[in-house]
Design a protein around this ligand. Structure first.
Ligand code: HEC
Ligand code: HEC
Ligand code: HEC
Ligand code: HEC
Length: 427
């Protein structure tokens, strides 16, 4: 009797347990089994799993006093090796061949001659040395090597105007430990912002941004060279003013031009690679950092847990995809991202071609001289601004993945400027 009752109770308990698990599973859509099978735990590794070392820094062997990757290798062998793996990112494509209208839009500027996509951090010095874009000054080395950063920190902003080749000859490393950790990487891998223009531009507002994000934001940003000193500078003061509307207002206010285009007589702007801006104005800014999506936390067979410093696409990395799954649960994020990118890329082609047509019409209007300079200037301003918004979207390397709403906004605004300009031309 008793055994039968016990069996009934156990069966009932099991059924209730299964039902509860099922209901919870449906409600939270958490694929418990998937996590257990793939990672042996519930969810991906986090910073809490890392055993941070609080060690003294090794002594520097670089001529300028930088502790280089080799110096760190006995303390952080895995991190040094993983950073070296950025050499695996070799894929490059010529934007000018992919999108021939760019040659017309960028006419008169270096990017019309040579414009390839970026590759891994291990190639920064090699690539800047061999680009066919002219670079007379050392300021082009700002985002390529910590040795230049150290030179600026030691000798001041005069360094930006030095001769490119003379300074290049002294550079020892590509982007490396000092860039993001100063000489303090051993001190628990704390982030140190070494590029001095970040604090000059942002001041106290630096605290609005996680240091980990800001470490990438030393380079993956929109910047310009100051007219006097040719110093690298960010065109904003806080996160709010990182919006392309605000940056344009900043450039208009100072009457800044990257180049003056001869055929149209327009003061043109060239956007760089505003990944930090688009990310900070996007939907992940409150919860994630660049590292969460581009630097997988890895566990070695001996149990050591560390941040891989190979900067990879999250879509091609199982560990990172498991991070996405924490929030996106059953969504196929790869498909979601590719859909956004395909849509944005297609729109870029349409808007880019329209912009190129607009430029041709403006060139013709300038040559025909049927319009007054004042009338032409109004159209030129629209062309300058259309190019700015188009470019801000085009040159952002995630192709809409970081912030699709902002990408659409930029393309919409570019289109509206083009239409307004075309209309003025007909009048
Ligand atoms: C481009 C920037 C960048 C470079 C270059 C870089 N790091 Fe890091 N490092 C980071 C970021 C970002 C993190 C993660 C911080 C966070 O969000 O918690 C990190 C984390 C760390 C940590 C703490 C986590 C861990 O796994 O122990 C150490 C130690 C570290 N880095 C050492 C180094 C060393 C040594 C080098 C050179 C071989 C280096 N880093 C190069 C950006 C960089
Ligand atoms: C000192 C400047 C600098 C810093 C800091 C920096 N990067 Fe870069 N990054 C570059 C440059 C320059 C390139 C292009 C290199 C080339 O093509 O030669 C690049 C390339 C990349 C690429 C490859 C792009 C592609 O299209 O294949 C990724 C991904 C990347 N960086 C991510 C990051 C992340 C994430 C951080 C922060 C942890 C970071 N970077 C910090 C300068 C920097
Ligand atoms: C929510 C995740 C997420 C965050 C956070 C994030 N990214 Fe990305 N990033 C992506 C995705 C997805 C792509 C597209 C990858 C692809 O096309 O394979 C991408 C692409 C890139 C690329 C182009 C790389 C390439 O191979 O084409 C760069 C550079 C980059 N991100 C830098 C950054 C920087 C710098 C930050 C922080 C300011 C950042 N990302 C924050 C998800 C993220
Ligand atoms: C902390 C939670 C969280 C994590 C982790 C996360 N996301 Fe998201 N993601 C969100 C939220 C919230 C949204 C906004 C959803 C909405 O508005 O519909 C979003 C939106 C997106 C979008 C659309 C963005 C846009 O501007 O259209 C993409 C693409 C995306 N996530 C990719 C990723 C990828 C890839 C990863 C992993 C590398 C990831 N996410 C990790 C919370 C997260």
């Amino acid at each position: 009797m008793d055994t039968k009752r016990n069996v009934k109770i156990i069966v009932a308990a099991v059924i209730i347990l299964l039902a509860v698990t099922f209901v919870c599973g449906v409600v939270t859509k958490k694929d418990v089994l998937y996590h257990l099978m793939n990672r042996g735990s519930l969810g991906p590794l986090t910073r809490e799993d890392i055993s941070y070392i609080d060690a003294d820094a090794p002594s520097a062997t670089s001529k300028d006093g930088i502790i280089n990757a080799k110096d760190w290798s006995s303390l952080y062998p895995d991190i040094v090796v993983s950073m070296g793996e950025n050499s695996k990112n070799t894929y490059v494509t010529s934007y000018l061949e992919e999108d021939p209208y760019l040659v017309n839009i960028y006419e008169g500027y270096g990017f019309a001659k040579d414009y390839g996509s970026a590759r891994g951090h291990e190639y920064t010095l090699e690539d800047v040395a061999k680009t066919e874009r002219p670079h007379p000054l050392a300021n082009c080395l700002t985002c390529k090597t910590p040795n230049f950063t150290k030179l600026v920190n030691d000798q001041g902003v005069g360094v930006y105007k030095m001769d490119f080749n003379e300074v290049l000859a002294k550079m020892e490393e590509n982007v490396s430990c000092y860039t993001c950790h100063g000489n303090e990487a051993g001190n628990k891998g704390e982030i140190v912002i070494t590029h001095s223009y970040v604090s000059k531009a942002m001041g106290d507002a630096m605290q609005e941004v996680d240091p980990s994000v800001l470490s990438c934001g030393q380079c993956h940003i929109e910047y310009y060279f100051t007219p006097e000193d040719k110093e690298t500078m960010m065109p904003y003061h806080d996160v709010e003013s990182m919006h392309p509307d605000a940056i344009l207002a900043y450039y208009n206010e100072m009457d800044f031009a990257d180049w003056v285009q001869e055929s149209t007589g327009t003061k043109m702007l060239k956007a760089q690679h505003p990944e930090m801006e688009t990310f900070l104005l996007g939907k992940h800014a409150a919860d994630l950092t660049c590292a969460d999506c581009h630097m997988p936390i890895i566990q070695k067979d001996d149990g050591t847990v560390y941040f891989s410093h190979e900067l990879v696409s999250p879509l091609e990395n199982e560990t990172l995809l498991s991070t996405c799954a924490v929030c996106h649960k059953d969504t196929d994020v790869v498909k979601m991202v590719r859909n956004i990118q395909d849509r944005i890329t297609a729109r870029e082609k349409t808007v880019g071609n329209k912009l190129s047509d607009f430029k041709d019409e403006l060139t013709a209007a300038v040559e025909e001289s049927g319009k007054s300079e004042e009338e032409l200037d109004e159209i030129r301003q629209l062309y300058r601004e259309a190019q700015w918004y188009f470019d801000f979207c085009y040159v952002e390397n995630a192709e809409g993945a970081h912030n699709s709403a902002l990408a659409d906004y930029c393309l919409d605004t570019a289109e509206a400027r083009i239409e307004a300009g075309m209309k003025l031309m007909e009048d």
